[in-house]
Design a protein around this ligand. Structure first.
Ligand code: MN
Length: 163
């Protein structure tokens, strides 16, 4: 089983780190506005360095002076399936990322069903919900579902050190 995680992170600016497990690392993108469940909405996703797999469970405060200093929560996580194909052949996720287009299905608490990440310029990609049964233009999980799926805390509670 491979996992995905979305970590809300208030570093220099608030963003959502979207990570997909592939080849024992977490392929990563920073999504300034977070994911949208509306298939008509394209969200900028900036490619960031791979992270170690065990970082997927990190929630807490990155200390001042370290890169990315600030609070982090596990905003959503769960298993995912690779759906990337080329001429009917499955393209492994790491290869799909190198080629600039990866399609996958999430089984998180907040994010479910098909999604695609597509590179359009340098490190700039777009994250888009597939128009399937889990698409929902009336939902806004970034606004309405702010709590950690691990601890139930908001990012402000983590920043204040609340238990
Ligand atoms: Mn980050």
């Amino acid at each position: 089983m491979t996992i995905f995680v979305v970590q809300e992170h208030h570093g220099r600016a608030l963003h959502y780190d979207f990570r997909l497990e592939a080849d024992r690392v977490l392929k990563s993108w920073a999504v300034p506005k977070g994911p949208s469940t509306d298939p008509r909405v394209k969200r900028l996703a900036v490619r960031t360095p791979d992270h170690p797999l065990d970082y997927a469970g990190f929630e807490g405060v990155i200390p001042k002076g370290e890169y990315g200093a600030g609070p982090v929560i596990v905003w959503d996580t769960g298993p995912y399936r690779n759906l990337t194909e080329d001429d009917g052949r499955e393209v492994p996720v790491a290869e799909a990322v190198e080629r600039g287009h990866v399609v996958f299905s999430l089984e998180g608490k907040k994010l479910r069903g098909g999604w695609a990440l597509t590179r359009f310029r340098g490190d700039d990609w777009l994250l888009v919900k597939t128009d399937d049964a889990d698409a929902d233009a009336t939902r806004d999980p970034v606004r309405d579902e702010p709590r950690s799926v691990l601890s139930g805390r908001t990012i402000d509670e983590v920043a204040r050190g609340a238990a």
